[in-house]
Design a protein around this ligand. Structure first.
Ligand SMILES: [Zn+2]
Length: 255
């Protein structure tokens, strides 16, 4: 019985790819209908709230589905990430701007927050156990620390399709702008992504819980460099099978 993955010794790469493509097309259609209904019902109200910025805007950009974004935030500046259509995974990394080796560390962050799910008040710790950023607002309530980023290599293993766009390639492109390379990619955070873990440890990416206009916001606890991949994945539920744009607002408190 095939789920998201077509598995088994006798399954060919071609069969696996055909299954992944057919499932993606079918699910994307359902997802678009859901997003359209939610936009009409709650989207306008949520977006109005998301666009109410209690300070001075430094930058305000829409990031296309599958695109990436990178910026430097001064200490105490804010980054608001708005999920415009809902169920969009936003892969996230941050680094101490004065020393890129002091970067986001997932294991330290999970240990210090005693949770694998990110929410308001959650602190992002570095390799040296410094707090780089804190989640200051969150209208969803749960974001992922363990699913990592998609790559063309894992997409080939799982779905039998080569050379897919991926968050790993987006991170490589974003970090290249700052003189970094693939060695500088640690395990990342995933805003709006949901990866529940069962009592026996079983885990899987399932559809996200965010609706159109939901947002998460971070405040920089020191000068930080951030990198975002607006996930292009279409072969699993991390984006509700339908990658969509996000909006990123960088702002500071009124002086
Ligand atoms: Zn991805």
């Amino acid at each position: 019985m095939a789920g998201i993955l077509l598995e088994g010794e006798n399954v060919t790469i071609e069969q696996r790819a055909a299954h992944a493509r057919a499932l993606s097309a079918e699910k994307a259609e359902v997802s678009r209908r859901r997003a359209s209904e939610l936009r009409a019902r709650v989207g306008k109200h949520k977006l109005e709230q998301a666009l109410r910025i209690p300070g001075d805007v430094i930058a305000d950009e829409e990031i296309a589905a599958g695109g990436y974004y990178t910026a430097t935030l001064g200490s105490s500046e804010h980054l608001r990430i708005i999920d415009l259509e809902g169920q969009q995974a936003v892969d996230f990394l941050c680094y101490d701007a004065s020393d890129y080796e002091n970067r986001y560390n997932a294991a330290n962050t999970i240990k210090m927050n005693r949770s694998i799910y990110v929410g308001k008040g959650f602190k992002l710790y570095s390799d040296r156990a410094d707090v780089l950023m804190t989640v200051s607002e969150d209208t969803v309530g749960s974001h992922d620390t363990i699913g990592g980023c998609c790559s063309s290599e894992t997409n080939y293993l799982r779905y039998g399709i080569e050379n897919t766009p991926s968050c790993r390639n987006n991170f490589i492109a974003a970090l290249a702008e700052h003189g970094m390379g693939s060695r500088d990619i640690p395990a990342n955070l995933n805003f709006f992504m949901y990866v529940p873990v069962g009592p026996d440890g079983a885990t899987e990416i399932v559809e996200g819980r965010s609706e159109p206009g939901d947002f998460v916001e971070l405040v920089a606890e020191r000068d930080v460099l951030i990198a975002i991949s607006n996930c292009p994945q279409v072969f699993n539920p991390c984006n509700g099978w339908n990658p969509t744009p996000i909006r990123v607002i960088h702002w500071r408190n009124h002086s």
